[in-house]
Design a binder for this molecule. Structure first.
Ligand SMILES: Cc1cc2nc3c(=O)[nH]c(=O)nc-3n(C[C@H](O)[C@H](O)[C@H](O)COP(=O)(O)OP(=O)(O)OC[C@H]3O[C@@H](n4cnc5c(N)ncnc54)[C@H](O)[C@@H]3O)c2cc1C
Length: 350
């Protein structure tokens, strides 16, 4: 297994639970799972907000929808088992999307009608008065969507892997080589080892390992930024608030009394710019005063790996024993359990 973000760690854990002999390589395994002290920048998972937008996804067919649904089914079991390693890890359920206009409200109404059994429900402006009084077209509440803390998730998975005696190797992988029917994995320290199966969960670095093998899977970096805010006025207890409130694509996530996370800007390129940050803080000039006047206590950014000319994510067996689970772009945390299950099925079908 190469890469120890949510996808690599989650898949390694799932495979180890199913009795596979697994080792994980990632230089970041040397570092604590913290946002502040990450010397080599954040991996996508540590930068992310961990929002699980499973059931509010509009399409209702195809691989993307199946992966989302399956992941949402698996999350409660995953969290329950992983809590043994990290008691603070929780599935924070309840996601509220605010309708921007009448058309959005109509789309939400039709989705809610189709997915009553999945816990979707329309909410009116009156219902929203205590939470988001500026809403003028109502919104959509999803009971099961919500959030997991991506830092606690990685901590729990690392601890679970250590308990399962999975080898955690802190050296970067620099090359892969076919070796009869097996794979030689070359590491940056000059060492190498041979494996039946290699699984790449390396996000943006994937192509560098695949290209020499004749498999081109380029990915574009898409920047995302997030803010941690301390409120001076406004809601302090978050009574009546959902775990995640989404307005115009911006996620607002209460984390403690008077504190929240704000994120979701998608910007092309790989440099953090000021303007999108300002837009995010003002919610396109529609933010309540308590949000505009909040103090920024932390700000970070990270890169999402978007596959070029292919739908995200890339789940493929490229050749016997070479499996790709990468390019999750905007939903890697959400899709972790479904991805892990996909990999196990691909391995066990042999
Ligand atoms: C600001 C922001 C907010 C986001 N919010 C959400 C959200 O709310 N919900 C959601 O589901 N998703 C969200 N995402 C997307 C999510 O972060 C990604 O889809 C997900 O983290 C991808 O996980 P990953 O394990 O594939 O990649 P990563 O977490 O990037 O991990 C890849 C790992 O591979 C390692 N690696 C790379 N090359 C090598 C090598 N040669 N040898 C060894 N190791 C290597 C890296 O060190 C890294 O640790 C967000 C992203 C950003 C940037």
């Amino acid at each position: 297994m190469i890469g120890a973000g949510a996808i690599g760690l989650g898949t390694a854990w799932h495979l180890a639970q199913r009795g596979h002999d697994v080792s994980v390589n990632d230089p970041r395994l040397n570092q604590p799972v913290l946002r502040q002290e990450s010397g080599s920048g954040l991996n996508g998972t540590s930068a992310s907000l961990g929002v699980l937008m499973g059931h509010v996804f509009r399409r209702n067919s195809g691989r993307g929808w199946r992966l989302r649904r399956r992941s949402m089914e698996l999350w409660p079991q995953w969290i329950e088992t992983l809590q043994a390693h990290q008691p603070g890890l929780k599935l924070h359920q309840g996601l509220l999307q605010i309708a921007e206009d009448e058309r959005a409200a109509e789309r939400m109404a039709s989705l809610a009608a189709q997915r009553i059994d999945l816990g979707l429900q329309i909410v009116t402006n009156a219902d929203l008065a205590a939470v988001w009084p500026t809403a003028s077209h109502g919104g959509l509440h999803s009971r099961q969507d919500g959030r997991v803390d991506p830092l606690l998730l990685q901590l729990a998975l690392r601890q679970a892997l250590a308990r399962q005696s999975v080898e955690l190797n802190t050296t970067a992988v620099v090359g892969l080589e076919r070796n009869d029917n097996r794979w030689r994995v070359h590491r940056a320290d000059g060492d190498s080892s041979v494996h039946d199966v290699v699984l790449l969960c390396t996000a943006l670095s994937t192509d560098a390992l695949l290209e020499p093998l004749g498999h081109a899977r380029p990915m574009t970096p898409v920047l995302g930024q997030a803010l941690a805010l301390q409120l001076e006025t406004g809601p302090t207890t978050w009574a009546n608030w959902p775990s995640v409130l989404v307005d115009q694509g911006f996620n607002l996530i209460p984390t403690a009394p008077g504190r929240l996370l704000l994120g979701a800007t998608v910007e092309p390129g790989d440099r953090a710019a000021d303007d999108p940050l300002a837009l995010m803080r003002s919610l396109n000039e529609r933010a309540p005063t308590w949000l505009r006047t909040a103090t920024v206590i932390d700000h970070w950014s990270g890169l999402r790996a978007r596959p070029v000319d292919r739908p995200a994510p890339l789940l493929e067996e490229l050749e016997p024993g070479l499996i790709l689970a990468s390019g999750h772009y905007r939903n890697g945390v959400l899709l972790t359990p479904g991805t892990a299950e996909w990999v196990a099925t691909a391995l066990e079908q042999k």
